[in-house]
Design a protein around this ligand. Structure first.
Ligand code: XBP
Ligand code: MG
Length: 256
């Protein structure tokens, strides 16, 4: 089995805290534009996050929270969702959603060390491009060798499909990679693809079940703001860094 060669990042909730003040607000703006008096407040949105993918989430809301399954046809849902994407990417262009602590630090360290980078996400590709360009750097998309996003796979997370696609495009076995996630649905997807996984929780995911993760932290850590480990051992210097991640890969190699 090989040593660590690549990191595969989730986007929403992992690279940046995009859900509460980003996607949620964009959905509500799109609903208002369409003349719908739906309001996804912070609590309700937490419940709606049980389903990944914006179009799927709208349908879930109709079925489970309004008792109107199928009230909007697929084309109408897709149009509503496209308007939401417009709002979301415009918000990102305003620079409103910064990277989570430790993310830029880890990306910089990985790039300097020649560790390959990939993305495996449920979100629409335009959202990933906008987030990387506006919240990271103009050329940040080029840091990632593979960006697997959105509707390119038949089943979204918690299905493993998007991670399997990223692995295929990287040409790597899961043992050579580590996934970085923030949610139970994301963890199910990465574990399903055979990937060791590090979780950085956020306000929406803190209470979820992360059995099977190698490490669960509150955030990836900066020198002036160390990570707090919630489960999975301790960190030498308060940072989820390459040393931490190589250690996880090495332990797996030895256990095999
Ligand atoms: C993220 C999602 C996404 C976003 C919205 O899940 O569930 O649906 O909320 O994106 P993950 P779209 O972080 O596990 O990939 O509206 O573009 O689908
Ligand atoms: Mg996520």
């Amino acid at each position: 089995m090989s040593e660590l060669q690549a990191l595969i990042f989730d986007v929403d909730g992992t690279l940046a805290d995009t859900e509460r003040d980003g996607h949620r607000v964009a959905f509500n703006r799109a609903f208002a534009d369409a003349g719908l008096n739906w309001d996804w407040d912070v609590d309700l949105y937490g419940k709606l996050l049980a389903v990944t993918g914006g179009k799927e989430r709208i349908k879930y809301y109709l079925a489970e929270f309004r008792g109107e399954p199928g009230a909007l046809d697929d084309q109408t849902v897709a149009k509503l969702h496209a308007a939401k994407t417009e709002h979301f990417t415009r918000m990102l262009a305003g620079g409103d959603l910064p990277p989570r602590p430790g993310v830029m630090r880890l990306l910089d360290e990985a790039r300097a060390a020649g560790i390959r980078l990939a993305i495996a996400t449920t979100t629409t590709p335009a959202n990933v491009e906008a987030l990387l360009a506006h919240s990271f750097a103009a050329d940040a998309a080029s840091w990632f060798e593979v960006i697997a996003a959105g509707d390119v796979v038949p089943a979204k997370k918690p299905a493993p499909d998007i991670y399997l696609l990223a692995l295929r495009d990287l040409g790597l076995a899961p043992e050579a990679c580590i996934a970085l996630e923030d949610s139970d649905n994301g963890l199910k997807a990465s574990l399903g693809a055979g990937l060791s996984t590090v979780i950085s929780v956020n306000a929406y995911t803190r209470e979820q079940n992360f059995d099977g993760a190698e490490l669960v932290v509150d955030q990836l850590g900066e020198p002036e703001r160390p990570s707090r480990v919630l489960s999975g051992g301790k960190l030498e210097n308060g940072l989820v860094d390459l040393q931490t991640l190589r250690g996880i890969a090495e332990r797996r190699r030895q256990a095999s």
